[in-house]
Ligand binder design. Structure first.
Ligand SMILES: [Zn+2]
Length: 164
């Protein structure tokens, strides 16, 4: 399974750039401008999410009877420190949005969309089924069968399994 990955780097870049501008404007007490750049940031972010969603649906179309499987997102945990919490919330916001866009575009193409419980999908080895105690870094390393695989792709393969 070759798979296809889409990077969140552009979103992170836009977010970082606007966080910087916002801090600068706060120092200068330009609340009016802060509001305006907020909506500009939202427009740019949405544009990126739309582009990725379109590519995801295009990717699905190459298969004979495609189904798009996505994880059911949970509410964001509250027991995190300030910046991690904010980061996580923005992250979750982007994911929820892109899921909506993918669902909308998939519907137009007649591609069914299914949401599944992501439980253990990132910790389970897609080759042997072993559930690792924890996964660190960008790679999934199975302690049982030795598989080394891109973490997100391993997780995606588990989500796509028809066992749900
Ligand atoms: Zn394994």
């Amino acid at each position: 399974m070759k798979g296809q990955l889409w990077s969140g780097a552009k979103i992170r870049y836009v977010r970082g750039k606007y966080a910087h501008i916002r801090r600068d404007l706060q120092r200068k007490k330009r609340i009016d401008l802060i509001r305006r750049i907020g909506s500009k940031e939202g427009r740019i972010t949405n544009q990126i999410l739309h582009t990725i969603a379109k590519e995801v649906v295009e990717y699905a179309k190459q298969f004979l009877k495609p189904i798009i499987v996505m994880e059911r997102l949970k509410n964001i945990r509250e027991n995190m420190n300030g910046s991690a919490k904010l980061n996580r919330r923005l992250h979750a916001w982007s994911f929820r949005k892109i899921q909506t866009y993918i669902e909308y575009k998939a519907n137009l193409e007649g591609i069914p969309v299914v949401y599944v419980n992501p439980k253990n999908s990132s910790k389970t080895c897609h080759r042997c089924g072993h559930v690792a105690r924890k996964v660190e870094g960008r790679e999934f390393r199975c302690p049982k069968c030795g598989l080394v695989y891109n973490r997100d792709l391993n997780s995606a393969i588990n989500l796509a399994r028809p066992s749900h």
